[in-house]
Design a protein around this ligand. Structure first.
Ligand code: BDP
Length: 742
């Protein structure tokens, strides 16, 4: 086994001999591409698990069956649910009902007397909802979900007790690819791009379809397919040269309910159109984009829209023309509006040289400083995409203060599934616990309960989709150099959600480290339902991926053991890398492996300020950069003082002596030594646990993961030694436990 099938492995159910009666016929009446996908996914899953292929029928039959359909178009399906029950399902949600569950509302009128035995219904408002429902059902049948259905019991399977209602919390559930057309992937750790090769699109559409299956199975429905840093060739993705290819790729994903987006080059009017400017307020530029949008949408009528990285890390943008981000985003949004397109404008904007020029400025402040003054100025088809933290996907960062501060602007939260700073898919780092902390963080933007998950789902600030009230906004930007007045629409729930940078590539197992598949799975599940716990998601993923691998008795401890490895891994990684939230300390450029001063004297604004007296960045309002003041109360006060700042973020907010005592009772220097020794030991234990599971694992899977865990254990020692030695030499303070530091 290579791991290619990931969590959709559908191993043969050894306990159940025959296909349950209700699985023998799949009834689908509607001629709809996504419903067709749903039916064939179900057919494939059932035949793999039960060794017998179900038949697909367009009409109900007189034997038990499973019906898939929408309330609007499939009368038999609709009749299984009361109008109230139907109304509880959102656009992409679903209901599943097995006849084992009596429906009091319908017990007389809706029970179809002609049908003997059990039947099951998967229903939604849309075919996408039905597709997600089918994947939910398949998770049940694989044993990946706790519930009333026991897939190992013939009896339970014959008359399943199923009554499920599930609606996605977030309307947009997106993956961003940082793939380049030469076949490389920026920050890719799992081989080459699956989309491009040698400046052309891939011809391997099967691989793309298999990817679409993985994504749809966890509810992803939006996908940008090229790097946010748009170079020369990728600029041409929106031209006749490549649009036919984009259309072919869009067709593959469309069948799985996934919309494609393209990252664009802000300077396209110059680079493609031969214009002398890309000034957003220049009528010629706006016209150029309008014509371009017409051309693009003629090729891909349901394109989601454009993703834009502008005025950051040397990318072009409106600043060159003295304009602000709203000018740039709105001009593009107007061009896309006739086609229902969106502009996803990234807030990862900072002047990479500013902190070097002036040590009083602070890269952490940049997103808030740039975008807070523009709140309310964006069109209703612009969404601002904000990284989870103010810096850049470090193992530990505070939550970006821009969330909640934007009250009249639609936002997407950006996570990074790719483990750029968290072990590059060579170290194990299950990121769901980190994402959970972000989603659960209470910003207090509108008092207690203003959590990130409510902000990014649109629950806190948006009106419902149908409301189109408009209001006036007058804005003073920067030093009051100009004022602007325009109408700006109310935020809509449909334009909120979560995006994340992909961790997949052309490696046989998709993610390099097989266990890193859990991050892709977990991201999708969390974007659907942020209330799921990291433990529940790990449990699902491990059961779907590993159950049925070894002998039955043996796999009893396989599942909890692998789950525990995942749950411990973020904390382990954090403990042997940069301490107490200070971040970085990685090799410049590729960002792998320890280099304590790697970025310390560069211009990128990522410093730890360690000297012989102390370490950390003073981001307080009283004496530092003022970053702490960007939070709402009480966080602004909590972070401002070392008395209340949480230990894990101490060095992000404060510069302290090595002898400073943490809330844990330990000094900073002793904490560094202790966590680094323990972290390296615990990394070695991950490897030992895996070795102890050998007999229960398929050999191919065992070997590939072992190779990664062995590397991690060795590399963790290097991290330990380099960090400890550095701080021992800087501080001159010995380890209380006298362990070897050189
Ligand atoms: C950083 C990456 C860089 C990306 C940038 C971004 O190191 O490669 O281009 O983020 O998000 O994390 O634009």
């Amino acid at each position: 086994e290579s791991g290619y099938d990931a969590w959709l492995h559908y191993r043969r159910n050894r306990k159940v001999k025959n296909l349950p009666a209700w699985c023998k016929v799949i009834v689908v009446q509607e001629a709809d591409e996504v419903l067709h996908t749903a039916a064939s996914e179900l057919q494939h899953g059932l035949s793999s698990m039960f060794g017998q292929q179900p038949r697909i029928s367009a009409v109900p039959v007189s034997a038990p069956f499973i019906a898939l359909g929408t309330f609007q178009e499939h009368a038999w399906v609709a009749e299984r649910f009361s109008p109230e029950e139907q109304a509880e399902v959102s656009t992409e949600g679903y209901r599943i009902r097995g006849m084992g569950t009596p429906n009091p509302a319908h017990s007389t009128s809706h029970d179809n007397k002609d049908i003997k035995g059990t039947h099951v219904t998967v229903a939604g408002q849309t075919s996408k909802g039905v597709l997600y429902g089918v994947f939910h059902l398949l998770r049940y049948l694989q044993g990946g979900l706790d519930g009333k259905l026991d897939p190992t019991s013939e009896e339970s399977l014959q008359a399943p007790i199923l009554d499920v209602l599930s609606n996605p919390a977030n309307s947009i559930r997106m993956i961003n690819h940082w793939d380049n057309m030469d076949g490389s992937v920026e920050r890719g750790y799992a081989g080459a791009s699956i989309f491009y090769d040698n400046h052309a699109f891939t011809t391997n559409m099967d691989r793309l379809r298999d990817y679409a299956r993985l994504l749809a199975s966890v509810g992803i429905q939006a996908l940008s397919i090229n790097n946010v840093n748009v170079h020369h060739v990728e600029t041409e993705l929106i031209t006749a040269t490549f649009l036919p290819d984009v259309a072919r790729v869009a067709a593959v994903f469309r069948a799985y309910g996934i919309q494609i987006y393209l990252s664009i080059n802000y300077a396209s009017p110059i680079q493609l159109g031969g214009l002398t400017t890309a000034d957003p307020l220049d009528p010629g530029v706006a016209e150029w984009w309008q014509a371009k949008a017409r051309e693009v949408y003629a090729a891909v009528p349901d394109l989601g829209g454009f993703v834009v990285k502008a005025d950051s890390e040397n990318r072009p943008g409106p600043f060159s023309y003295g304009r602000h981000h709203a000018d740039g985003a709105n001009m593009l949004a107007d061009a896309l509006r006739p086609y229902g397109g969106r502009v996803i404008w990234r807030c990862f904007v900072y002047d990479c040289k500013q902190d070097w020029r002036d040590r009083k400025t602070d890269r952490a402040r940049a997103a808030f400083d740039h975008f807070k003054p523009l709140d309310g100025l964006f069109r209703d088809n612009v969404i601002l995409q904000i990284k989870n933290g103010p810096m850049d996907f470090q193992v530990r960062e505070p939550v970006s203060p821009l969330f909640g501060a934007l009250k009249a602007t639609q936002v997407l939260l950006e996570f990074q599934i790719a483990q750029e700073y968290t072990g590059q898919q060579r170290h194990l780092c299950y990121l769901v616990p980190q994402w959970k902390e972000v989603l659960d963080f209470d910003t207090y933007a509108q008092g207690k309960g203003s959590t990130i998950k409510r902000i990014v789902s649109g629950a806190l600030h948006s009106k419902s989709d149908s409301v189109s009230s408009r209001r006036k906004a007058i804005v003073h930007v920067g030093s009051g150099s100009f004022q602007e007045e325009q109408t700006s629409p109310s935020p809509k729930r449909g334009n909120y959600g979560i995006a994340a940078v992909s961790n997949i590539g052309a490696d046989a197992n998709w993610t390099g480290h097989l266990l890193a598949q859990s991050n892709l799975y977990g991201y999708g599940r969390l974007a659907w339902d942020p209330e799921l716990s990291a433990d529940e998601i790990a449990n699902e993923w491990v059961r779907l991926t590993f159950s049925g691998q070894g002998t039955e008795d043996a796999s009893a401890d396989l599942i909890p053991a692998i789950k525990q490895m995942l749950l411990d891994s973020w904390n382990i990684y954090e403990s042997y890398t940069a301490p107490l939230g200070v971040g970085w300390m990685v090799s410049p450029g590729h960002h792998y492996g320890p280099d304590v001063d790697g970025y310390e004297y560069s211009m990128w604004g990522t410093y730890h300020f360690a000297d012989c007296r102390g370490i950390g960045v003073d981001r307080t309002t009283a004496t530092g950069t003022g970053y702490a003041g960007q939070y709402f109360s009480p966080h602004a006060d909590i972070y401002e003082s070392t008395d209340t700042c949480p230990d894990e973020l101490l060095l992000f907010f404060h510069h302290v002596p090595y002898t400073h005592t943490l809330h844990s009772g330990q000094t900073v220097i002793q904490h560094i030594y202790d966590t680094h020794f323990e972290g390296a030991e615990r990394a070695a234990q991950l490897k030992d646990t895996w070795i102890s599971l050998r007999e229960q694992l398929n050999e191919g899977i065992y070997e590939q993961v072992l190779e990664r865990l062995e590397h991690q254990a060795e590399h963790a020692k290097e991290w330990r030694d380099r960090i400890n030695t550095y701080f021992y030499r800087k501080s001159g303070i010995a380890d209380q436990k006298n362990r070897p530091i050189y």
